[in-house]
Write a protein that binds this ligand. Structure first.
Ligand code: DAH
Length: 347
């Protein structure tokens, strides 16, 4: 009987020598130690043996079982170590210090301006939020006080999707979501201050100053005593920090359904110095920062008590701001993917 154990051992050793991967090793384990495996089968013979033979055979077959088990484990370890060694070897071949033959990348001018403004506002306690690009009609229009059939919808030539949603036409589309997410500040808390940049889409005829895909940066501050003075203060800080020089601005009344009163904050064209050029449509001024006090309806729809709280909002034309800051005369450059043109800006 003991010969059969020796035979099994030999058969196992020979089979193990041929194993080259984990699958084969597992098959071998099943063939010997599995429910219907060779070792398990031999063990079933025990019940037919007399006491003496059972004792001797039982001992030997258990030794074999343990040996096979540990041989399989150490083989698996060996294979794993070999694999790790191979990976390390491959990683060593990759020399991170070799200069790349690829041209070096750079940040897009809009990204540069976006990050700069985020820094400025973060230092004043603003939270940065992100807005999704595919929006519901409700968020884009109704929730900011532009009901169905309101003429203000015509000013934003909208790309509708076949599922009834749309590509957001302005960052204001995130106002309702943000109001609901954070709510009004509780007693003793500072005002809610949020900045939310985003890409917007309108079906524009493209020329030097119009694009169908452009960036805006929206901001909101909501609290118990927020007034136009707060609005003007934050807008002044923003512009002087971004341009790092004195810029001429003018504030004039402007209509937007989601603010009351609403303003247009224009900046003197930095490309022509106010003389008039294609970028400013020969007016010497560029509409850069529409803003105003958030309309009570908008607060209400955002779940905020409009008797108790007030707030301001602004919708900065980030694309325009980047053009002004870097004196880019044609908006089309920004989406062109022309690295030669886009690489030259550093913050
Ligand atoms: N959403 C407006 C637009 O794209 C811009 C805007 C105007 C945003 C006034 C505001 C605001 O938050 O107060 O035309």
């Amino acid at each position: 009987m003991l010969e059969s154990i020796e035979k099994l051992r030999k058969a196992f050793d020979e089979a193990l020598a041929k194993v080259s991967d984990n699958d084969e090793l597992e098959k071998l384990r099943v063939a010997f130690l599995g429910k219907k495996g060779a070792v398990t089968d031999s063990m079933k013979e025990l019940k037919n043996m007399d006491n003496e033979a059972r004792k001797e055979f039982g001992k030997e077959i258990n030794v074999l079982k343990d040996n096979i088990d540990s041989a399989i484990r150490s083989f698996a370890d060996k294979m794993m170590n070999a694999q790790i060694e191979k990976q390390i070897e491959q990683a060593r071949k990759f020399d991170f210090t070799v200069p790349s033959s690829q041209p070096e990348g750079s940040l897009h001018p809009i990204t540069l301006v976006q990050r700069r403004i985020e820094e400025i506002f973060k230092s004043m306690g603003f939270i940065i939020e992100d807005g999704i690009e595919i929006q519901t009609e409700y968020n884009n229009f109704e929730a900011v006080n532009i009901p169905k059939n309101h003429p203000a919808r015509d000013m934003q030539d909208t790309y509708y999707l076949s599922n009834g949603q749309l590509l957001k036409t302005h960052t204001s589309a995130a106002q309702n979501y943000i109001m609901r997410k954070y709510g009004a500040p509780k007693k003793g808390e500072p005002p809610l201050k949020v900045l939310f940049p985003g890409r917007c889409f309108r079906n524009e005829n493209i020329d030097a100053c119009h694009e169908n895909t452009f960036w805006q940066m929206e901001g909101m501050m909501i609290g118990e005593d927020i007034s136009i003075s707060n609005l003007i203060y934050f807008m002044k800080v923003l512009l002087s920090e971004v341009f790092e020089r004195d810029v001429k601005v003018r504030l004039r009344p402007g209509f937007f359904p989601f603010v009351e009163p609403g303003f247009e904050l224009d900046i003197n064209c930095l490309i022509c110095g106010g003389e008039g050029c294609p970028t400013c449509k020969n007016s010497g001024w560029l509409e850069l920062l529409p803003c105003g006090m958030i309309h009570p309806n908008v607060l209400k729809m955002g779940g905020i008590d409009h008797d108790k709280y007030t707030g301001f909002a602004f919708g900065l034309g980030l694309t325009r701001l980047a053009m002004m800051k870097y004196e880019i005369t044609d908006i089309r450059v920004l989406n062109s993917g022309n690295l030669k043109a886009l690489k030259q800006f550093v913050s």
